[in-house]
Design a protein around this ligand. Structure first.
Ligand code: NAD
Length: 486
């Protein structure tokens, strides 16, 4: 059984209180390990260590040396690839292929991208005329914000955490990470990599625990934290924003979504099916960018629904280490109950359930896992909870539309604004639609294709701020102006 300890000031430590909580495997419910439960004492110690490193060894490193260290961290993840894959698989229950081909390599890539970004971004300068004719020179420098509190979710733990840790460190900050209580594995393992490649102690700290009245809340309330970056549910972001108001700390928020896919009748149906099926079912629907509302132009509607149902039927739940498995469980029993609750509400409201709609009966060890069936519905009203609320499961509602104006209004009828995907061969229409949908990220004829240099974030209640490439620098550094009279 694994023991997940905090990583504070370069050392793995237990909680001063001696408290810990259970970590269970989502695919069979077996106990995988015990996680140290952090409280105020651990958060205090981690913030202190981060402050000392910030003002000491980390501050003294040149940008080039910092960048080299981040590359070494990326290489360190790659060297221990199998360990990271195993840790994330145990935490999430998702198939090995997905960890190995997408989520773990992206964790390493995050460090490489920001190692490059930080070396290649210039700041502005202006020659300013003055009455005496001599002029002045204005230029800007970037300073790290300080100690950054990183609060991360469970749905792709390493990728989402490093998406924040990498730019924060690249910019010269130090971090205290509070990983999700559901997925302590890879954040802990990353501590070993940091030590192995020589990242100074105190630069990267991890405190495990829960959110409210626990490590998460204590971290966001801590006066020694200069800024908070958070990925998770919109209602959690609301609570964290209140905590950040004390001391006027800056926030960067990546939050929930209720993303649409819009499919026109001229689209390449095979391409649509590959992309859409993936966007609904990947990671068992636990992807912030995943699709839960699909709008299909009427001539293609019946054909599309039937074909999507066929795709859903190819999904095979199983042990994540089995190469035949291509569908994982939900993260927890609690989340399973939430998703099944939505399945029941859809049935009660008279939805047509084309496939799924319940929990599959799996045998043997898998019977203890948090399984739900991939599910496709039609026939619900536009204001039903299934269409309006983020479910975060392997399910979608499909609805026909007849005009561009109609589908723009439908797609925008939500409190969220994270992502959309538009499927058409008509490029002018794609441009028009992309400009009209209120989201941070629009994909045309693809989904989940990411260039890490581009701005990433949500509109409306899906986020505050943008991260990615140079945009991350806006949050993780403070731009200062220097004016020199010549
Ligand atoms: P969550 O909000 O429940 O938890 C996220 C993190 O916040 C966890 O570490 C949790 O312990 C912590 N937390 C909870 N309450 C807190 C509090 N009061 N103070 C401080 N910390 C607190 O989210 P989740 O269920 O882990 O993740 C799923 C959600 O994340 C979904 O809504 C999904 O859309 C969203 N998400 C968004 C993006 C994005 O980029 N926009 C990416 C991934 C996930």
């Amino acid at each position: 059984m694994t023991e997940f300890k905090h990583f504070i000031d370069g050392a793995f430590v237990e909680s001063a209180s001696g408290r810990s909580f259970e970590n269970r495997r989502p695919h069979d419910g077996e106990l995988a390990g015990l996680v140290a439960e952090g409280g105020r004492a651990e958060v205090d110690a981690a913030v202190r260590a981060a402050r000392t490193a910030l003002e000491g060894p980390w501050h003294k490193l040149s940008v080039d040396d910092r960048s080299d260290l981040l590359r070494a961290v990326a290489d360190g993840i790659t060297r221990r690839f199998d360990d990271f894959v195993a840790a994330e698989m145990a935490d999430t229950g998702q198939p090995r292929s997905m960890m190995a081909h997408a989520f773990i390599p992206r964790g390493a890539a995050n460090f490489k991208v920001f190692a490059d970004v930080i070396k290649n971004v210039s700041t502005e300068s202006f020659q300013t005329p003055t009455p005496d004719g001599a002029g002045a020179l204005n230029y800007s420098i970037r300073k790290p914000k300080g100690v950054i509190g990183v609060i991360s979710p469970w749905n792709s733990p390493l990728l989402l955490m490093t998406w924040k840790v990498a730019p924060a460190l690249a910019c010269g900050n130090t971090v205290v990470v509070k990983p999700s209580e559901e997925t302590p594995g890879t954040a802990t393992l990353l501590g070993e990599v940091m030590n192995a490649v020589g990242v100074p102690k105190g630069v990267y700290n991890v405190v495990h625990g829960f959110g409210p009245n626990s490590a998460g809340a204590f971290l966001t309330e801590h006066p020694g934290v200069d800024a908070i970056t958070f990925t998770g549910e919109t209602r959690t972001g609301t609570v964290i924003m209140k905590a950040a108001a004390e001391g006027l700390r800056d926030v960067s928020f990546e939050m929930g979504g209720k993303n649409s896919a819009i499919i026109f009748a001229d689209a390449d149906i095979d391409q649509v099916l590959d992309g859409c099926a993936r966007s609904v079912f990947l990671n068992t629907g636990q992807v912030c960018l995943g699709t839960e509302r699909i709008y299909v132009e009427r001539p293609l509607f019946d054909r599309f629904v039937a074909a999507l149902v066929d795709r859903a039927k190819t999904l095979k739940p199983g042990d994540p280490t089995d190469s035949a498995t291509n569908f994982g469980p939900l993260i927890s029993r609690e989340h399973q109950q939430k998703v099944l609750g939505y399945y029941e509400r859809a049935r009660d409201a008279g939805a047509t359930v084309w496939t799924g709609g319940g929990a599959p009966l799996l045998e043997g060890a898998l019977a203890g896992g948090n399984w739900v069936e991939p599910t496709v519905w039609t026939g619900l009203g536009d204001d039903h909870a299934i269409i309006q609320e983020e479910i975060f499961g392997p399910c979608c509602h499909v609805r026909p539309f007849d005009s561009e104006a109609e589908v723009v209004a439908l797609a925008n009828d939500t409190q969220y604004g994270l992502a959309t995907s538009i499927w058409t061969r008509d490029l002018s229409r794609a441009h028009r639609m992309a400009a009209a949908i209120d989201v941070g990220i629009t994909w045309v004829n693809c989904w989940f294709l990411r260039d890490l240099r581009t701005p990433f974030g949500g509109s409306k209640q899906s986020g505050i701020g943008r991260e990615g490439g140079v945009h991350s620098l806006e949050f993780y550094t403070e731009l200062r102006n220097i004016c020199i009279k010549l």
